[in-house]
Unconditional design. Structure first.
Length: 763
């Protein structure tokens, strides 16, 4: 027999130990991430009391796959439309927190004399709060339905996105010795270029592919196709100089906009959990107790820096975002921990060989401590605010409540200019990126092919390539120049004042110049004509594009297809009745807001009507909708029945929603201690002489009412059992098939046997 590979032995050890430890942590109501880290420490060489992993390199490879899956799943939960709908408030809060916490990490690292790279990576680790840990804490504490929890989750989504960008920038910093401001801007521009390019192209192609293949796709093929696309984008990302994790996140965010997003999340979840567990186990394997003991003081200082920094800078960031002091403090105090992204950034630093080996176990120790302290920090926010409210003058509290950088524009004219310029700028950037991508592909791949095909016809090959390139980018250039020239904002500004005419015409002229620049570049690259001739050709071609009705139809068709693909998930949710009502957002300015509350499978509320539950009387809430499978029941009346698995959309204040959520969790059916004895079995009974069944009809027999059993058939010598007739009388010799619990069947059979024995004795 061949020897079992070391990888299989290591995997068996990791999963067995991780399973046992996480069961204990589940029982202790602690985050499973900490259980995985503990399991990793137990299977590492640093823990001599258990068997250790044989080949750590193989485990690291599996952990790298885990990072890809984690960020792919993060992308599936992410939506660009959600970010746009959030407005500037969460962006202001997230950027403030990240900048301040990163500066704090760098300052602490410098204070201990660590290297420049250690300090930079440490700042990145401290800047990111843990979405998983905070969500779990909110859920355990019954706070998930409160308004401030929604604000925290919005900022955490943005932090996760910015963490991806930060990882790319940290990789660039690690490869380059010390990039200056210009190089940093170049890195950011390159990230935005590829992010927009991949997203736009992906939204064009992938939903179309999934729609056409929908009839052929089941759960198995959907899993394979989704993971194939994930790893394809990971490979493409590494080829252009980014990390595989960045590509996985981008593909996840593209698939998140498709109709199949919920199915993909469902089928990918088990695979993500498996490889994610291996990643966190690998984190625990790098924990060294001696290093933690040697760096005890830095660990304590870092913990204090996170707790105090997030409490102060986090609250300040939410204040700048327009929240009140109380809400800002509840949000800021909730974010006082680090988690999965800290480990990912630390792994990145180790793989690049730019940080010290000591930093990883230090960060793990800090993460464990801050995770345990998270619930206490969340609870501490309210009494801390009460102290400030008593100590600070009312005018100071009022001034703090009025701090914001996200106020709307004061006049409609400014609003129209802002909206128009932003839309024109976004269109110009997107269509420019698409044009650059087309030109790059044509010059890199198609031009050498045509030159090889037409050997000796160099200028002919150049002409063919140039003509096809201009034709390929012409829909983009026309849309760039003409789009938004007939928008409501453009018309309103044109009609508002004659002074607006010249600036509006200038916006058109600028876009014409940009479009001409692309055509000029193509001509300049492929010909030796003078600049004047090339400029004339470029301008003429752009004018032809503008006047072409066919190009107009094509550009409109492409744009509509993109918008349809982008909104396909929202449209499907609206059709299926899962889209939230429009009035929800108008309640957020008050204490009243909407929250989703799921009805658990063991809820004692199941089977009762809303009138019987008296939710309005008990909690003061209003049920606006019931989401059941693919149905939506809006404005349910008192006769509407609640079923397990329903999702209730409820309107109320934070306190009312929290009270209802707590009651929903506690008012459940108790576990049946005798559940093993409740199994039903099938047996047969022969009606004998003197049987209590003899001469009685089924409805008179008491088999159901007295013994709790059910007659399912009579054996009359046929191939199949006969259905029992309630009016048929049992006669001696009948074979009756009965189903019931074992104890009930034993009582029924024992009664039958005793009666038959007594009848035989009397005869």
């Amino acid at each position: 027999m061949s020897e079992l590979p070391a990888l299989i032995q290591d995997l068996a050890l990791i999963l067995i130990v991780a399973g046992a430890v996480t069961l204990v942590f589940k029982w202790l109501k602690q985050p499973l991430v900490l259980g995985y880290i503990m399991a990793g420490f137990m299977v590492s060489p640093q823990f001599p009391y258990t068997v250790s992993v044989i080949d750590i390199a193989n485990v690291k490879a599996w952990a790298d796959i885990g990072v890809v899956f984690l960020l792919f799943s993060l992308g599936l939960d992410f939506s660009f439309k959600k970010i746009l709908k959030m407005g500037f408030a969460p962006v202001i809060a997230a950027c403030t927190i990240i900048f301040c916490m990163m500066a704090s990490g760098i300052f602490v690292g410098k204070a201990f004399g660590w290297s420049h790279m250690d300090c930079v990576f440490l700042g990145g680790m401290l800047a990111m709060s843990s979405t998983t840990i905070i969500y779990k804490a909110f859920d355990d504490m019954g706070l998930r339905q409160q308004r401030f929890a929604g604000l925290v989750m919005s900022v955490l989504i943005l932090e996760d996105v910015l963490a991806i960008v930060m990882m790319v920038m940290l990789s660039a910093i690690a490869h380059g010795s010390n990039p200056d401001g210009g190089q940093m801007l170049g890195i950011v521009a390159r990230i935005l270029f590829f992010l927009i390019l991949w997203f736009v192209v992906g939204i064009f192609l992938i939903p179309m592919f999934l729609r056409r293949a929908r009839r052929l796709i089941n759960d198995e093929t959907l899993l394979v196709v989704s993971l194939g696309l994930c790893f394809l984008m990971a490979v493409v990302s590494t080829k252009v100089g980014f990390s595989s994790a960045f590509g996985a996140f981008v593909m996840g965010s593209i698939l998140a906009e498709t109709v199949e997003a919920e199915k993909i999340i469902k089928v990918v979840e088990p695979v993500k959990n498996l490889f994610g567990a291996i990643f966190f186990v690998s984190v625990g394997m790098l924990v060294e107790p001696q290093v933690i003991a040697d760096y005890a003081v830095p660990i304590v200082v870092l913990v204090l820096a996170i707790l105090v920094g997030q409490a102060v800078f986090g609250s300040f960031g939410y204040l700048l975002g327009g929240q009140t002091l109380k809400t800002a403090m509840r949000c800021g105090f909730s974010m006082a921990q680090i988690g999965e992204f800290a480990f990912i950034i630390a792994s990145l630093g180790l793989s690049l060989g730019v940080i010290g080996d000591f930093l990883y176990p230090v960060v793990v120790a800090v993460s464990v401590i801050t995770t345990f302290l998270t619930p206490y920090m969340i609870r501490f926010a309210t009494p801390c605010y009460a102290v400030l409210e008593r100590r600070l003058p009312p005018r100071v509290i009022a001034a703090l409540n009025g701090i914001t950088l996200s106020r709307p524009s004061s006049t409609s004219s400014r609003s129209n200019w802002k909206s128009l310029l932003m839309q024109m700028g976004a269109n110009t950037v997107v269509y420019s990126i698409l044009s650059v991508a087309v030109i790059f592909i044509m010059f890199t791949f198609f031009l050498p092919f045509v030159r090889h095909l037409l050997v000796g016809w160099h200028w002919t090959a150049n002409f063919i390539c140039g003509l096809l390139t201009v034709l390929a980018i012409s829909p983009f250039l026309r849309a760039m120049v003409m789009k938004k020239n007939h928008s409501e904002e453009f018309k309103a500004l044109w009609a508002e004042s004659r002074r607006n005419h010249l600036p509006l015409l200038f916006t058109v002229l600028v876009r014409v110049v940009v479009a001409c620049a692309f055509v000029f570049y193509v001509c300049n690259y492929l010909s030796r004509l003078t600049n004047a001739i090339m400029l004339t050709i470029a301008l003429a071609l752009v004018v032809v594009m503008i006047l072409s009705r066919r190009l107009k139809r094509e550009s409109i068709k492409l744009e509509r297809l993109f918008v349809q693909n982008l909104r396909s998930r929202d449209i499907e949710a609206q059709v299926r009745g899962r889209k939230r009502p429009l009035y929800e957002g108008h309640l957020l300015d008050r204490d009243v807001h909407m929250a989703d509350i799921d009805v658990p499978a063991d809820s004692a509320w199941s089977g009762h009507t809303l009138r019987e539950l008296e939710l309005r009387t008990r909690f003061g809430v209003h049920v606006s909708s019931i989401l059941r499978a693919r149905r939506r029941i809006n404005i349910p009346d008192g006769n509407s029945i609640i079923f397990p698995g329903d999702r209730l959309q409820v309107i109320g204040s934070d306190g009312q929603l929290a009270a209802m959520a707590a009651a929903m969790r506690t008012e459940v059916y108790a576990d049946d201690p005798q559940i093993e004895k409740r199994e039903t079995k099938l047996r047969h009974i022969v009606v004998g002489k003197g049987s209590p069944l003899e001469g009685k009809m089924l409805r008179e027999s008491g088999i159901r009412d007295v013994y709790g059993c059910l007659v399912v058939g009579l054996e009359e010598g046929k191939e199949n059992l006969s259905q029992p007739d309630p009016n048929r009388k049992f006669v001696e010799g009948d074979i009756v098939w009965v189903v019931g619990e074992e104890e009930a069947l034993d009582r029924l059979i024992s009664s039958e046997v005793r009666s038959c024995q007594n009848g035989t004795a009397r005869s």
